[in-house]
Write a protein that binds this ligand. Structure first.
Ligand code: PMT
Length: 219
C-alpha cells in the first residue's frame, strides 16, 4: 500500500521511443521500451494522482486508470503534450525523443538501387524545453540517458534546461530491461537510487518529487 502522497495532483508523463518516418515502411527510432515511463505512471496512480500518459509506440499495456494518448513522432508527442498541459501540476519527461526527423519522407517504399542514398535530417523540437519555457510551467522532471560521464553530462542537462529535478541513468542500465539504477540530481546535490525494479525506482522518484513540491502547488 503506497502513501497517497500525490492525491489531487495532475501528472503528465511522456514515455517510450519516438519514430521518424523515412518511407512507407521504415523509420528512425531507438531502444526505449516504455517500461520506465509506464512504471512511473503506475506509481503515480497508486499515490493518488490523476495521470495522463503520452506514449510512443510500445506493446506495453498501460496502467489501469491512466489516460493514454498514443503518438508516433516527436512532433506528435510535442502536440499531445502541449494540448494536455493545462492545469497539470507535474510533467515528467521519460520518453527517448528522436533528436532529428527526416525531411521529406517518401510516401512510397524507397526502392533499392546501386546509388548511395542520402537522408536529410532536421532537428526536432525539444518537448521538455518547450514546457519549461511556458510562463507558468508545472514542476518538471527530466531524464538523461548517457553512455559515459553520467553525473557530469546529466548535471549539465539539468542546468541547461533549468530543471528542479533530473533522473540520470546509464544507457546500458536504462533501456529495455525491467530493472534500472538512477541518480536523482537537484539543487541539493545527488541522490543515488540503487538497482531495483523500474516500479520500485518510480515510487522512490515520486516520493522525492512529492517532497519537493510547494505545499500549495495544486492548480
Ligand atoms: O523505456 P525504457 O526501455 O524503460 O528506458 C527508459 C529510458 C532509458 C528511455 C529513460 O529512463 C530515459 O533515460 N529517458 C530519457 C532518454 C534521453 O536520453 O533523453 P535525452 O538526454 O535525449 O533528453 C533529456 C530530456 O529531455 C529527457 O527528459 C527527454 O524526455 C527530454 N527531451 C529530449 C529531446 C526532445 N526533443 N524532447 C524532450 O522532451
Amino acid at each position: 500500500q503506497q502513501l497517497k502522497l500525490l492525491t489531487g495532483k495532475r501528472v503528465l508523463i511522456t514515455a517510450g521511443p519516438t519514430f521518424e518516418a523515412i518511407d512507407a515502411a521504415r523509420g528512425i527510432t531507438n531502444l526505449s521500451s516504455g517500461k520506465m515511463g509506464y512504471a512511473i505512471a503506475k506509481a503515480a496512480l497508486e499515490m493518488g494522482a490523476d495521470v495522463t500518459l503520452v506514449s510512443g509506440q510500445t506493446p506495453l499495456l498501460p496502467p489501469y486508470g491512466a489516460e493514454v494518448i498514443k503518438v508516433t513522432s516527436a512532433q506528435q508527442m510535442l502536440n499531445a503534450v502541449m494540448a494536455n498541459l493545462t492545469q497539470k501540476d507535474i510533467f515528467i519527461a521519460v520518453a527517448a525523443v528522436a533528436d532529428y526527423y527526416v525531411l521529406n519522407p517518401s510516401e512510397q517504399k524507397i526502392k533499392k538501387d546501386a546509388h548511395i542514398l542520402t537522408l536529410e535530417l532536421a532537428p526536432n523540437p525539444d518537448i521538455l524545453a518547450n514546457v519549461m519555457n511556458l510562463p507558468e510551467p508545472p514542476f518538471c522532471v527530466g531524464f538523461a540517458a548517457e553512455s559515459e560521464n553520467l553525473l557530469e553530462y546529466a548535471e549539465h542537462k539539468r542546468r541547461k534546461k533549468n530543471l528542479p529535478l533530473l533522473a540520470a541513468n546509464l544507457i546500458q542500465d536504462g533501456f529495455g530491461g525491467d530493472e534500472n539504477e538512477l541518480v536523482l540530481l537537484d539543487d541539493k546535490g545527488t541522490h543515488p537510487l540503487p538497482r531495483a525494479s523500474k516500479l520500485t525506482l518510480a515510487r522512490q522518484l515520486l516520493r522525492h518529487v512529492a517532497n519537493m513540491l510547494p505545499k500549495s502547488s495544486t492548480k
